[in-house]
Design a binder for this molecule. Structure first.
Ligand code: SF4
Ligand code: SF4
Length: 305
């Protein structure tokens, strides 16, 4: 089968608001599989046992979607600073509407465009909800390197972006991976308040990460983290805030990601006064609903200790 030039796909992706598009050949992620296995064996996934499931699908596109020839990886900027003040911190990716639907919709438009251009194709988009290693595909597709903070980083665009992968049965011209520019920097390692990043970087103990503790953890936050949460009540951006590659981060232009001031203006006392019903209404379209009212209130209370 003839290889397709990626230029039209990249142009369309840009038109849809994606920041970067990279193409990688679909192949088994052998090296990454070993790393994932070591990480799981260390128990760094903590209560996120869903990461232990579907291992074979996760590392092999042929198992995830038989016939896959290429992976299109797309990034979408979500960066913005808070326009209002409050005494709590919320991860920037959660300032606006839930990204899953917004990005799935854009990916569907891109797939429709490709189908129109190249005929009957099989393609599936994944937005952080299936066993797909988005960061590793971003690395293979040349739109990021994986930094010492384990996040995908691009030299011009930083790391405040979502990732989307499209598995497709077309052979598309691939992109070369980019270099790792972390160098001797260790700002993220030194700034992490809970020492969740390994001292040499590139390895995260999720059980110590504030993102995990405030979003994924179902039980009480262990007392060893008292006074370390730095007023984060949903996620944490510290290892991105200190990263020099985010110095020139530009505000997202996506209307759906515009910040919800009704949520962002709330202080600790306002959160504690919210009933479960009002929490549900307030966070209906927001990623903040994930830990539920109980989890969010737990996070606020823990920050008051
Ligand atoms: S998100 Fe926060 S707690 Fe997690 S590794 Fe980064 S700085 Fe550390
Ligand atoms: S802060 Fe420094 S070491 Fe950490 S990810 Fe950014 S460039 Fe790499």
């Amino acid at each position: 089968m003839q290889q397709i030039d990626s230029i039209l796909i990249k142009e369309k992706a840009k038109e849809l608001g994606f920041l970067l598009t990279g193409i990688s050949k679909a192949k088994k992620l052998e090296d990454q599989a070993r790393k994932l296995e070591q990480w799981l064996n260390k128990g760094f996934q903590a209560e996120m046992t869903y990461l232990e499931k579907y291992f074979d699908q996760r590392i092999d596109p042929e198992i995830m979607m038989p016939g896959t020839k290429s992976i299109i990886t797309l990034s979408h900027n979500y960066f913005q600073e808070k326009d209002c003040t409050s005494d709590v911190n919320i991860a920037r990716y959660a300032y606006g509407k839930d990204y899953h639907e917004v990005l799935k919709n854009k990916a569907a438009q891109l797939i429709a465009f490709i189908s129109e251009k190249y005929g009957n194709i099989q393609a599936k988009a994944f937005v952080d909800s299936a066993p797909v290693m988005e960061r590793e595909w971003a690395q293979n597709s040349g739109i990021a390197w994986l930094g010492k903070n384990t996040l995908a980083i691009h030299p011009k665009e930083g790391s405040y972006f979502f990732l989307v992968c499209i598995f497709i049965d077309l052979e598309i011209q691939v992109d070369d991976p980019i270099s790792n520019f972390c160098g001797t920097c260790r700002k993220c390692i030194d700034a992490c308040p809970t020492a969740a990043i390994h001292r040499e970087g590139y390895l995260l103990d999720a059980s110590k990460c504030i993102s995990y503790l405030t979003i994924e953890l179902k039980n009480e936050i262990p007392s060893e983290f008292t006074n370390q949460m730095k007023d984060w009540i949903f996620g944490c951006d510290i290892c991105q805030e200190v990263c020099p590659w985010n110095r020139f981060a530009k505000r997202t232009e996506e209307a759906e990601f515009m910040q919800n001031e009704d949520i962002l203006k709330l202080n600790k006392s306002d959160w504690l006064a919210l009933t479960e019903e009002s929490f549900k209404t307030l966070t209906k379209n927001s990623p903040i609903k994930r830990p539920k009212w109980k989890g969010l209130i737990r996070n606020v209370k823990f920050n008051l200790q």
